[in-house]
Unconditional design. Structure first.
Length: 320
C-alpha cells in the first residue's frame, strides 16, 4: 500500500511512523503547497508540490487524484484543517478509484471545526464545556450578574492552532478585539490534558492515550506526561462513540474540582500525537491494519505511563 501525507508542513515525524507500518515494497510520499516545508524532505520515497487547496479546490483535487493514480497511492492522510474539510466532500470519488482519504464524515467535521456547534453537541450529550458567549452583549449581561468574570479567553468560533486567541483581563482590552465570528470563554482553573482516541472505520474506539500538558508552543503541545486517568478515559470512550469520528481524535480537556470540561476536538493527527507514539501506540500501523482487513482489538491501558515527552528543534537541509 503506497501512502501520501498531504500538506505535511513540519510533521515529518508522521512519515517515520507510517514507514514503520509498511513493507519494503510499499512507498510513502509527501506533498505540500510550500517547497520549504521541512516535512517534504524526510525519510520518504518522493515529494510533490501541489497547489494550495483553499486557492482552487477543484484544481487541487484534480492534481491530487492524478498523483494518486500515477503513483498507485491507496491511502491519503491530510493533516491540516482546511484541506480535511475540502477532501471530505470528495472522499467517495477517491474511494471509487480504490483510494482511501483518512477523513471523518462531514457532520463530524462541522461539529469539531465550529466551536458553537461543538459546544451544542457536547451539552446535548451531557458533557461539560466552559461557559461560552457568542456576542459581547451576552457576556456583559452575565458579567453584570456576577455569573462570569475575568480573565476570559477570546477566540474564533472557527479556527485552529491558537490563531487570534487571547487571554483578556478587562473590558478595555476585550471590546476592541471582539468582532463577528469570535467567542468569549470562561477561563477554567485546573490541569489540562491532551487525549488521542483512535476509532476504527466502523467508528468504534480501540485506543485512548491521555497526556497531562506541561507546556505549549505555537498552539501545539510542547511537553507532556502520559498518565492513567480512568475518568478521562471513560469520558472519551463515550464521546468517541457519540461523535463517530474515523481515525484519530485529538482532544483537549480540563480537570477541575467541578468535573471534566471538554475544550477542543480535532479529528486528525495533532501536535500532541508524538507523545502517544512515544508511549508505544503507533496509530498509523493500526490504521493500515484496519485498511488491510486485519483485526485491531481494544486496548486502552497498554501505553507507557509517567512518560515525559519533550519536543526539540531539529535541523533539516535540502540541496536546491
Amino acid at each position: 500500500m503506497n501512502i501520501l501525507i498531504t500538506n505535511v508542513g513540519r510533521r515529518g515525524y508522521l512519515v517515520d511512523y507510517f514507514r514503520e507500518a509498511i513493507t519494503p515494497n510499499e512507498k510513502i510520499y509527501t506533498s505540500d503547497c510550500d517547497a520549504t516545508a521541512s516535512g517534504l524532505y524526510g525519510n520518504n520515497d518522493g515529494f510533490f508540490i501541489l497547489p494550495k487547496p483553499v486557492d482552487d479546490e477543484k484544481k487541487y483535487v484534480t492534481k491530487l487524484m492524478n498523483l494518486c493514480i500515477d503513483k498507485d497511492i491507496k491511502l491519503v492522510v491530510p493533516v491540516i484543517d482546511p484541506e480535511i474539510f475540502i477532501l471530505s466532500a470528495y472522499k467517495d470519488q477517491f474511494y471509487e478509484k480504490g483510494i482511501i482519504i483518512l477523513v471523518s464524515d462531514r457532520k463530524v467535521l462541522d461539529i469539531c471545526y465550529d466551536k458553537e456547534l461543538m459546544n451544542d453537541f457536547l451539552l446535548k450529550n451531557n458533557f461539560l464545556v466552559p461557559k461560552s458567549y457568542y456576542s459581547l452583549s451576552s457576556f456583559e449581561n452575565d458579567y453584570n450578574k456576577s455569573q462570569v468574570g475575568f480573565p476570559v479567553y477570546l477566540k474564533p468560533i472557527k479556527g485552529s492552532g491558537s490563531v487570534e486567541t487571547y487571554k483578556v483581563d478587562n473590558f478595555a482590552t476585550l471590546r476592541p478585539l471582539f468582532h463577528d465570528g469570535m467567542m468569549i470563554q470562561e477561563c477554567l482553573i485546573g490541569n489540562e490534558y491532551g487525549v488521542d482516541t483512535l476509532n476504527t472505520f466502523s467508528k468504534s474506539p480501540v485506543r485512548c492515550v491521555i497526556k497531562r500538558k506541561v507546556s505549549m508552543r505555537s498552539g501545539e503541545t510542547d511537553k507532556s506526561i502520559t498518565v492513567e486517568n480512568t475518568n478521562i478515559q471513560n469520558l472519551f470512550l463515550l464521546l468517541a462513540k457519540k461523535l463517530g469520528h474515523i481515525g484519530n481524535l485529538d482532544a483537549d480537556v480540563i480537570e477541575t474540582p467541578h468535573g471534566l470540561y471538554v475544550i477542543d476536538l480535532n479529528p486528525r493527527f495533532g501536535g500532541g500525537y508524538p507523545a502517544t507514539y512515544a508511549a508505544g501506540e503507533n496509530y498509523p500501523s493500526l490504521i493500515i491494519k484496519m485498511i488491510k482487513g486485519e483485526s485491531v482489538e481494544e486496548n486502552f491501558d497498554g501505553y507507557a505511563k509517567k512518560l515525559l515527552v519533550m519536543k526539540e528543534i531539529k535541523i533539516r537541509t535540502h540541496q536546491l
